[in-house]
Unconditional design. Structure first.
Length: 283
């Protein structure tokens, strides 16, 4: 019974509102007043919507107030549609600088992963460039050693080990060139016991200076020269240094390496002699 009374009251109110609107439409003056009120209400809603877009932009990015202001209609406050409002909100979200919002966390993350990405690029360059070259070089020089004969190579090593000048220059270079690391140290078998420590010091110190010209000699540690080479090639491409400068540097690296191993061999030989005499060991 109560439900029926509520429905009846609602129907009566609806009929009353309909009668008022019908009377308003019949009266031109009253219809014009209602139209002006509706237009005013629509403009107020549009202003509120634009103000909401400005506040949303400022909350998303404090520096975007100017961007939000730029989205105002050119007519100076005219109404915009719901679709236009949604489009402008999406545009503000898309143009926001996330890195500025996240600050130092985004910077650290970008540089952290960038190191590994650059390493992957260098490795890819090695796979497609230097690794096939190393395989061919190692095959070629092993074949050359086989054609010359190990006996002849060993005989040359014995002759080079007789005097200090060739013992700590020619012999390490030959050993690294023909046998590569770590087989190069076997050339020490042709030397006297007192000379073996110094020869090892010279040979192991020449593992890297030879890489610039003959990377097959120590392929497992090519990254030592490869890292320098990548930087040099980048500088050459930018025009900072002359083209082909990396070749000149490789030659200088080789020459300085020969001088360094000679000095190390002589010093190590004397240190070995001193320690053997102090300990009473006969070599």
């Amino acid at each position: 019974m109560l439900t029926m009374m509520i429905l009846a009251q609602g129907a009566a109110d609806l009929a009353a509102h309909g009668a008022v609107h019908a009377q308003a439409l019949a009266d031109p003056a009253l219809a014009a007043a209602l139209t002006d009120a509706a237009a005013h209400h629509g403009a107020t809603a549009a202003d509120a919507a634009h103000h909401g877009a400005t506040l949303l932009a400022q909350a998303t990015d404090p520096g975007a107030a100017g961007t939000a202001a730029a989205t105002a209609p050119a007519s100076g406050g005219g109404a915009i549609s719901a679709d236009e409002y949604a489009r402008r909100v999406q545009q503000l979200s898309a143009t926001g600088n996330q890195e500025e919002q996240l600050g130092w966390l985004a910077t650290i993350g970008r540089h952290f992963i960038g190191v590994f990405q650059k390493g992957g690029e260098v490795f890819l360059g090695f796979v497609t460039g230097i690794i096939p070259t190393l395989v061919v070089l190692m095959t070629a020089f092993y074949a050359l050693t086989g054609m010359i004969g190990e006996e002849r190579v060993h005989g040359l090593a014995q002759k080079a080990g007789r005097i200090a000048l060739t013992r700590y220059t020619v012999l390490p270079v030959l050993s690294m060139f023909f046998l590569t690391n770590p087989m190069a140290y076997t050339f020490g078998t042709f030397l006297e016991e007192k000379h073996k420590p110094a020869f090892y010091d010279s040979a192991v110190s020449f593992c890297h200076p030879i890489l610039g010209l003959f990377p097959h000699a120590n392929a497992g540690e090519y990254f030592v020269w490869g890292g320098v080479l990548v930087a040099l090639l980048e500088l050459e491409n930018r025009g900072v240094i002359p083209a082909g400068y990396h070749i000149n540097l490789a030659i200088y690296y080789f020459i300085v390496g020969v001088v360094a191993i000679l000095l190390r061999g002589i010093v190590t030989e004397r240190v070995t002699r001193f320690l053997a005499a102090r300990e009473g060991v006969t070599l």
